[in-house]
Design a protein around this ligand. Sequence first.
Ligand code: FNR
Length: 203
Amino acid sequence: MLATSANGFQMAEGMSQVIKLVGIAGSLRRQSFNGALLAAAARSMPEGAQLEIVPIRDIPLYNADLEAESGIPAAVMHAKDALTGAQGLVIATPEYNGGIPGVAKNAIDWMSRPSQDIARVFHGRWVALMGATPGGFGTVLAQAGWLQVLRTLRMRLWTDGGPFYLPHAAQAFDPEGLADAEQRTRLAGYMAAYVERIRAGTD
Ligand code: FNR
């Protein structure tokens, strides 16, 4: 049950603050495994927490000329505003050639513009990584690649849940989401522990 307090904060039953997370899936593919993993995460959020999935499909390729001429694109503004209003970020990352896919990095790069906004949008904000791949190694290298970026943006990487890798993703989903009950439990536990950690730091 949610209620809105006099100061506008949403409160869950028991009067602790609702934890809001923003999720970004680093793929533009309609049937993206990472999009499906993030959607499954949103569905498995614990009571008193929510995960808003922010699409990156309408974010153009970063070009300083475009920024100078037209400013920050609406899709980027939306993503920045959503993250600023949230306590944490979840990145569901594909792996391309052992690294971060360009579209995912591009989205974060745009969100770091103008640089005066980096502190407001990123500094000190929690971030958790997950990734899905049809391959057997579960985006190990892509997730490692993100560390450098997240450190530069001075985000707080949540690692207590261990790395969340989803290998063999082509077999992992059915139309309802994650097909395997054990995987659903693992994901729900991961999200619950992440939310719990954020709540411990904000209450
Ligand atoms: C891939 N893929 C891939 N997978 C992986 O586990 N390690 C890798 O290094 C790569 N490299 C790679 C490069 C390029 C150019 C493509 C197009 C693909 C496969 C990748 O995991 C697969 O396409 C996923 O389905 C991408 O994620 P989404 O779109 O399903 O979320």
